[in-house]
Ligand binder design. Structure first.
Ligand code: NDP
Length: 238
């Protein structure tokens, strides 16, 4: 049994990860930002511990990591999942919106790792799973900030794997394709059908598809895997 800390656990992929890790017998703390009611329902459903956090502010992240550490004892596995999407042209995106996406999706990952890592280093053991995106691998038109942030997450993952591997810590990135969550609520039926048409496995993904990859990477079965980007996209990006 491991102690797991998942950011963005109140909805979507993160909430499914909370369910899967608790069902597998792990002790789980997770963050929510705005979805307090959903977080409390998930607490009742799974026994996992909710902690409020805005990942774009490092002081909020520090408090959340401290609370999670106090509740769990220590953190064995950190899953940096919280993020926001954005659709805009580079010529029209507000500077403030660019900053919000980078602060949430890239800096938020850095803050979580920055505050959770020292205990892992002193324990000479740990596992970090970042959540990228296929758009961080290949870029998406009209998703300049999101693509840049997720490409940054992938670079951070690879660099950190090299830096902390000798300390017994593995760092990998799960890179989803199109998954059925609120994040894609504004995608039109036509656009979704076009993506399914291009996907070799002929469907969009479920949050469980991604959570199962996280479970594998967090397990001893993945003990020789670090610095990798594990794509969960039905073959849409190969
Ligand atoms: P959702 O929009 O369903 O959920 C996002 C989660 O992130 C929520 O729990 C939300 O918390 C949390 N969150 C958002 N902003 C903040 C913040 N500032 N501070 C703390 N938490 C925050 O997203 P998904 O489940 O779809 O996405 C999960 C991950 O998977 C993300 O990293 C996303 O980029 C990635 N991904 C998703 C894809 C998809 O198709 N769905 C494709 C590729 C990657 P709350 O509701 O409490 O505010």
């Amino acid at each position: 049994m491991s102690n797991i800390f998942i950011t963005g656990g109140s909805r979507g992929i993160g909430a499914e990860a909370v369910r899967q890790f608790t069902a597998a017998g792990h002790k789980v703390a997770f963050t929510y930002h705005r979805s307090e009611i959903a977080a409390d329902q998930l607490r009742q459903e799974t026994g996992a511990i909710p902690v409020r956090c805005d990942v774009k502010h490092h002081d909020s992240v520090k408090i959340a990591v401290d609370k999670a550490t106090a509740a769990l004892g220590h953190i064995d596995v950190l899953i940096c999942n919280a993020a926001i999407a954005d659709y805009d042209l580079i010529t029209t995106i507000d500077i403030s919106r660019w900053e919000e996406v980078i602060n949430t999706d890239l800096n938020g990952v850095f803050y979580c790792i920055r505050y959770a890592l020292p205990t892992m280093i002193s324990r000479k053991s740990g596992c970090i799973i970042t959540v990228g995106s296929m758009w961080g691998e290949i870029g998406a038109s009209c998703e300049i900030a999101y693509s840049a942030a997720k490409a940054g997450v992938i670079g951070l993952t690879k660099a950190l794997a090299k830096e902390v591997g000798p300390s017994g810590i593995r760092v990998n990135c799960v890179s989803p394709g199109m998954i059925d969550t609120d994040m894609n609520a504004s995608v039109s039926e036509e656009a979704e059908a076009a993506i399914v048409e291009e996907t070799p496995l002929c469907r969009t993904g479920d949050p469980a598809d991604v959570a199962k990859a996280m479970l594998f990477l967090a397990s001893d079965d993945a003990s020789f895997i670090t610095g990798q980007v594990i794509s969960v996209n039905g073959g849409l990006v190969i």
